[in-house]
Design a protein around this ligand. Sequence first.
Ligand code: ZN
Ligand code: ZN
Length: 319
Amino acid sequence: MKYFALAYYKFTPIEDPKIEVRKHKIFFEGRDVTTRIYLSEEGINGQMSGQMADVESYMAWMKEDPRFADMVFKIHEVPENVFPRVTVKYRPQLVALNEKADPTEGGQHVSPGEWKEMIESGEYLLLDVRNDYEWEIGHFEGATLPPLKNFREFPEYAQKLSEEVDPSKTKVMMYCTGGIRCELYSAMLKKRGFESVYQLDGGVINYGQKEGNKHWRGKLFVFDDRLAVDIDGEESEPIATCCHCKLPCDTYYNCANMDCNNLFISCPSCTEVYKGCCDHPCTEAPRLRPYERLGGNKPFRKKHLVDSQATCSECTCKI
Ligand SMILES: [Zn+2]
Ligand SMILES: [Zn+2]
């Protein structure tokens, strides 16, 4: 059986998002799908996986609704369902931010083809607005990589950047995983005086599908069970290193110690030695998830997606 994943978002007024949540849940009932979908008064941010028939009927069902008729769905093949369950939730904000941002005031959308040419022109500040653990395993060549731990730190970074460079003269190309963060972050930059702000349409996912890995190095961090993927389906060289032995590697794990849950990069042999833990003290912690070599990092990554306290900025999931 082949499985496919969808990623999509749309800022559009939704009068009663809780009704939409219910409609979604009813639609998914009895289907072999997993989802992580958030609805708010300002729109929808969704990811879903399932077999093609279900994926297609979901897209068709959404497009019957005039508010979602022009929704752009990014679709790609995955080895199996990639989310822990069917999650459809109401959230007050689509991307939880401490600062108000209006996506209609955002930067200009740039297609992957134009993006590639703009990189080659060398005239732009290429800004990766993802968190540090995301760009650590993969990013565009020459990108500025702000040391952000979570999305709440971006407004402060935007302020600092506007003081370090001349915002009226600095042309900014901004990118994230699927595009939704840039919709808001680009508006934040413009509010701070940046006049030329461009955002990669559909994010790195869309770029990989249209332009392959040209100017890209490493892998793409994704907010599902896979954690890291090659953007064009071709195996890429790791740009990160094992936190234990420093050999090239880009496999993420969540520490097997449930009370640590640290996200770290580890090579297969160190993972074995440390039994899936981030550090020696964790290997002796009281609440350890059993380490199963054949299961790879999967049991831990689910834990990381489901139980940890922080919130992921791409999809507002708990991560
Ligand atoms: Zn190692
Ligand atoms: Zn640990």
